[in-house]
Design a protein around this ligand. Structure first.
Ligand code: RTP
Ligand code: MG
Length: 141
């Protein structure tokens, strides 16, 4: 299976809850390596650009407001099948529908404050990683 990279964001709700470490533990236990990381407080402009694919959706303004409500932790995860593996660890978008033991089932409050973001495919992974990290800031081992 191919080694992939994916972009992960621990959203403002989970950062405020002080569970960055618990979420990182799940990535590592699943065999995903954190090969780049930084804490950032997104501006409205940055959050809108990051989620531009959703700009026509009814929840777009709420999403931007939420993503700018506090600092987020952004990381690149690397490993076999990293994109799908991270989505599996995250669980469904709506925490009420997320499988038991997933990050969203355990740490998310609502479909808006849902603890984590993860790239949904190889193309979005590439553009989302480049949005936050130049290649030289990613330390593959
Ligand atoms: P993400 O992009 O954050 O990893 O989440 P996702 O793929 O599971 O969900 P997506 O469809 O890409 O939606 C992005 C984020 O928008 C919020 N959302 N709200 N109220 C709603 O119906 C609704 N639908 C989506 C969620 O916070 C979701 O994570
Ligand atoms: Mg998405």
């Amino acid at each position: 299976m191919a080694i992939e990279r994916t972009l992960s964001i621990i959203k403002p709700d989970a950062v405020a809850k002080n569970v960055i470490g618990k979420i990182y533990q799940r990535f590592e236990d699943a065999g995903l390596k954190i090969v780049a990381a930084k804490m950032v407080w997104l501006s409205e402009k940055e959050a809108a650009a990051f989620y531009a694919v959703h700009k026509e959706r009814p929840f777009f303004n709420d999403l931007v407001r939420f993503m700018t409500s506090g600092p987020v932790m952004v990381q690149v995860l690397e490993g076999e099948n990293a994109i799908a593996k991270n989505r599996e660890l995250m669980g469904a978008t709506d925490p009420k529908k997320a499988a038991p033991g997933t990050i969203r089932a355990d740490f998310a409050e609502s479909i808006d404050a849902n603890a984590v973001h993860g790239s949904d495919g190889p193309d979005t992974a590439r553009t989302e990683i480049a949005f936050f990290f130049p290649e030289m800031a990613i330390y593959s081992r």
